[in-house]
Design a binder for this molecule. Structure first.
Ligand code: NAP
Length: 334
């Protein structure tokens, strides 16, 4: 079965997902698109075989030819579209964040619980990266014993001028927060954000930042966000267990040795580093959707990430540990 998809938001990631759905993956076809920039939506639709440009996101959701919805508009609009898709009983893939406030996440969660069946997947693509999946398998095998500490490094060569210190937590560390919950299979109990000496390349920006998570089971996670580090886009990850250590390997395919030195490529940006993860993520979503199920990161995961980043913002301002307080987990997400 071909899943007919409606896309809300044809900006950068929306167009990239449309490209992979159209040219890379199997089992999906984009049949409707919309964007607040109507001309952009029309142009994107015009480049597809059988897609129409709709005036609004609600029109996309209501279209009887649309089986499933991809929400790639900007964060504050996610709640409206994800909730509307749930009300229409349609599967919806929502790029992170699920929503930008805790209350908006709870509204989505309540709508899905009332519907009684999972429909939502959130775009935490690291869970589909081969290296993170290998790390997860290593932890689950018991090879390194119970995980005690995790170090996560999130390094960007540079960021655009509008990037703020808050974004280092909400847009950057959020990926490390989700992957820590997933790898350690635990929730976060509190968080602390420490400001080291500032990188002069970042101007006023608090860069780097060290975000510490204390998990409910006691494990500690240390997230470095360095967003002006020039040398490349470098994702680091290491778990220290009771009897061993597991570390994500370098991501380059070739190591060059010459003149007494060895070297390898560091990815230029997140697109290069995670291109395969995005492909696997959307292919698995298509496969599950065509079978009438959803398996990836859930509304609960999206809610947990937003609660944790909200606490991170409190900790950034206060310099003290901030509690991460969540409602009880509905059985739908057990
Ligand atoms: P973007 O380039 O600004 O694209 C967003 C698009 O949505 C723009 O064309 C925008 O139109 C449109 N839009 C905004 N509000 C809308 C609404 N209410 N209805 C319909 N269209 C609307 O941003 P992006 O980088 O693609 O990011 C989109 C989302 O994906 C964000 O939530 C972002 O956090 C997420 N994202 C996730 C990853 C990841 O690693 N998983 C990576 C990148 C982005 P205007 O330009 O006219 O406002």
């Amino acid at each position: 079965m071909t899943v007919r998809i409606g896309v809300i938001g044809t900006g950068m990631i929306g167009q990239d997902h449309i490209r992979r759905l159209t040219h890379v993956l199997a089992g999906g076809e984009v049949v409707a698109v919309t964007d607040t920039d109507a001309a952009r939506a029309k142009e994107v639709a015009g480049n597809l075989k059988a897609a129409k440009a709709c005036g609004t996101g609600q029109e996309v959701i209501d279209d009887p030819n649309v089986d499933a919805v991809l929400v790639t508009s900007w964060g504050p609009s996610h709640e409206e579209y994800v909730t509307a898709a749930i009300k229409a009983g349609k599967f919806v893939f929502c790029e992170k964040p699920l929503a930008t406030t805790e209350q908006a996440c709870l509204n989505i969660l309540e709508a899905e619980v009332a519907h009684g069946k999972r429909l939502v997947q959130v775009g935490f693509m690291r869970r589909y990266d081969h290296a993170y999946r290998a790390l997860k398998r290593t932890i689950e095998s018991g090879e390194i014993g119970a995980p005690l500490m995790m170090t996560s490094g999130h390094r960007n060569p540079s960021v655009p001028g509008h990037y703020t210190s808050d974004m280092a937590i909400v847009d950057t560390a959020v990926h490390d927060i989700d992957i820590a919950r997933w790898l350690l299979d635990d929730e976060i109990s509190e968080t602390l954000v420490i400001k080291p000496r500032q990188n002069a390349r970042g101007g006023e920006l608090h860069d780097p930042l060290m975000t510490i998570l204390r998990m409910r089971g006691g494990a500690l996670v240390n997230i470095e966000t360095s967003v002006n580090i020039e040398y490349g886009y470098d994702i680091r990850g290491e778990i220290v267990g009771e009897t061993g250590v597991a570390t994500i390997a370098e991501s380059n395919a070739v190591v060059v040795k010459t003149k007494g030195m060895f070297s390898g490529r560091v990815p230029e940006d997140w697109r290069e580093r995670f291109i395969r993860a995005y492909d696997v993520e959307l292919q698995e979503w298509l496969d599950a959707t065509s079978k009438g199920t959803v398996q990836g990161p859930s509304t609960w995961d999206g809610y947990a990430a937003t609660v944790a980043t909200d606490a991170g913002l409190v900790a950034l301002k206060s310099g003290a540990w901030a509690p991460v307080t969540m409602r009880d987990k509905p059985s739908l997400y057990a």
